[in-house]
Design a protein. Structure first.
Length: 347
């Protein structure tokens, strides 16, 4: 009987997300099908440790390596599993959980364990940005800048990310990029350029709503410069899976993309920041990763309107502060002008 069981490894990032890892281990012990699997649990001890662990498990030809963490942990594990016979499993407990949400793996830990027990395998594409693998999204511009600020925040979670997004969006300046897409070259002044293998950043923020994981194409979203007045619509559409319908957005699909910018700077891959040079090459690799997925995927019926409204409410508070500040500055300028006019008329 033991010979028929499959070896499965669970890799835990102890610092990802906000959920108790001890509770997750209890549920894992209670719900994992012991008649099907021989499990082992391994904790990561440093950044990049999951890469080494997953590579060793792939050499040992275990059935699956399951990431208990967020998109960063998933990225580290998955990059060692590409083009092997070892599948990636996901028990999502990170800050954004973009890949898990796209695959419609439940955020409830017990239900995610049920998916592992079922053991259904699909094969998905993945991308590379300057030869660094990504599985969800990558990009340059504002989202990369925010990922850098988020990595320095010390606190995790969607509220921290939202806070950084709101504060930094007030002072970030768009850049001009030259894009070469499958042989065609164009120039764009852009707030951000996002390349999606999957459809979202995480937290149901759909930056590439039409992206699929098995079409062999990158879904590229360019957000052009916008005003404060555009923010509510952009925010709503980001969470309502319709951002590609906004007039400030340009979208296209390609297999390869070269981005040229005027200077080196930060990029992000699956939410993690990295410094890269002026030239950035992004490409898609077809059917490179086996993943454990849900058997019966249902359409997401969660309240996207409420999520969008919460986001917009936060933006409105910031925008109100901006307008108040602008009004105050204009009043001071007007008062100074009146004083100067009085002096001029007296003379």
């Amino acid at each position: 009987m033991e010979d028929n069981k499959k070896r499965i490894s669970f890799i835990i990032n102890p610092i990802s997300g906000t959920q108790s890892k001890e509770q997750i281990l209890k549920w894992l012990d209670q719900k994992l099908d012991k008649d099907k699997y021989i499990p082992e649990v391994i904790y990561t001890e440093w950044a990049g440790h999951a890469v080494e662990i997953a590579a060793q498990k792939a050499k040992e030809k275990v059935f699956a390596v399951v990431a208990i963490g967020g998109d960063g942990t998933i990225n580290e594990i998955a990059r060692s599993l590409v083009h092997t016979k070892t599948a990636l499993g996901i028990i999502p407990c990170g800050s954004g959980n973009g890949l898990a949400r796209h695959l419609q793996i439940p955020m409830e830990i017990k239900k995610a364990i049920d998916i592992i027990n079922d053991g259904l395998i699909d094969i998905i594409d993945y991308g590379k940005i300057n030869d660094v693998p990504f599985f969800c999204t990558c990009g340059v511009g504002f989202d990369a800048f925010v990922s850098l600020q988020f990595s320095k925040a010390g606190r995790r979670g969607p509220l921290t990310y939202l806070e950084k997004t709101l504060l930094e969006s007030l002072k970030y300046r768009p850049e001009t990029y030259e894009l070469e897409m499958d042989g065609n070259t164009s120039r764009y002044k852009a707030f951000l350029i996002a390349c999606g293998n999957a459809s979202q950043y995480g937290n149901n923020a759909y930056i590439a709503p039409q992206a699929t994981l098995n079409d062999g194409l990158l879904d590229v979203t360019i957000l052009e410069p916008f005003t404060v007045l555009d923010v509510p619509a952009l925010s709503f559409q980001l969470f309502n899976k319709t951002i590609d319908q906004n007039s400030r957005i340009k979208t296209f699909r390609c297999q390869t993309l070269r981005i040229h910018r005027t200077k080196q700077g930060v990029v992000h891959f699956d939410g993690d920041p990295m410094m890269m040079g002026e030239y950035i090459d992004v490409r898609i690799i077809q059917k490179g990763l086996q993943v454990i997925v849900p058997r019966n995927v249902e359409k997401d019926t969660s309240n996207v309107l409420q999520r969008a409204q919460d986001y917009i409410n936060g933006l409105k508070q910031i925008n109100d502060s901006i307008m108040e500040d602008i009004t105050h500055k204009n009043r001071k300028i007007l008062d100074r002008s009146k004083e100067q006019l009085k002096k001029f008329t007296k003379n």
